[in-house]
Design a protein around this ligand. Structure first.
Ligand SMILES: *Cc1c(COP(=O)(O)O)cnc(C)c1O
Length: 227
């Protein structure tokens, strides 16, 4: 089942790229394996998955230990500062940085482990009260402050769009995030690349790709529903 699902999502990613004239290699499909067992991850690997997203530190660390080292792990969920030390050398990218204090902790722990941490800034484009993420208007200022920290590189932006029935409703959100990234990239801030846009989930990843996503995070579409 997982293998079929993965191939189907992969096919839809490819078709979305073709529709908007993008190279398939511009988009990374992240298989969001949170709450799902190692056995299902292995099935996804057999279908070609190499990048996995988790939202809990302990779960990411456990799966990291159990699975082959060739796989890539991304931390996509809210991260507490006291847990940074466990993931900073395991997660290739942390998608969910929304405060200077968290970035400062990541920088410190990356320094101790002698690694360069890659991060994305989580932006609350939809301005939903329940969500994490920095407001659009405060994003540049946050990035400027983080860019001065050692052992950290800001690769781009991430957003979680609202759950909607019709994915078209989220198109303006994806477009806003893409525009924000372009605006910030133009400022040429040190340690800020701004070429990653992590946006789009099971319900709306095709629209996100059309709007410039370079990473889509698909859980349910690959592994089925979660409890
Ligand atoms: C769970 C999760 C996803 C995947 O959601 P699906 O709708 O199951 O594809 C993507 N991004 C984040 C940050 C998540 O926590």
């Amino acid at each position: 089942m997982v293998q079929e699902n993965y191939r189907e999502v992969e096919e839809k990613v490819l078709r979305a790229c073709e529709r908007c004239g993008r190279d398939r290699r511009e988009v990374t499909l992240i298989a969001v394996s949170k709450t799902k067992p190692v056995r299902m991850i292995q099935e996804a690997v057999e279908a070609g998955a190499v990048v996995f997203g988790e939202n809990k530190v302990q779960e990411l660390c456990e799966k990291y230990e159990l699975l082959p080292k060739e796989l890539h792990w991304h931390m996509i969920g809210h991260l507490q500062r006291n847990k940074v030390k466990y993931v900073v050398d395991k997660a290739e990218l942390i998608h969910s940085v929304d405060s200077f204090r968290l970035a400062e902790e990541i920088s410190k722990e990356a320094g101790k482990k002698n690694v360069q941490a890659g991060i994305l800034i989580e932006v609350n484009v939809a301005e939903e009260e329940s969500k994490f993420g920095v407001a659009v208007k405060d994003t540049e200022e946050l990035i400027r402050s983080i860019s001065g920290l050692p052992n950290i590189c800001i690769y781009g932006l991430m957003t979680i769009a609202p759950y909607v029935e019709d994915p078209e409703e989220n198109r303006p959100i994806f477009r806003s995030l893409a525009k924000l990234a372009v605006d910030i990239k133009k400022k040429n801030i040190d340690n800020v690349r701004m070429d990653v846009l992590s946006m789009g989930m099971t319900g709306d990843y095709e629209v996100a790709i059309e709007e410039g996503a370079t990473m889509v995070r698909v859980g349910t579409g690959i592994f089925g529903g979660r409890n």
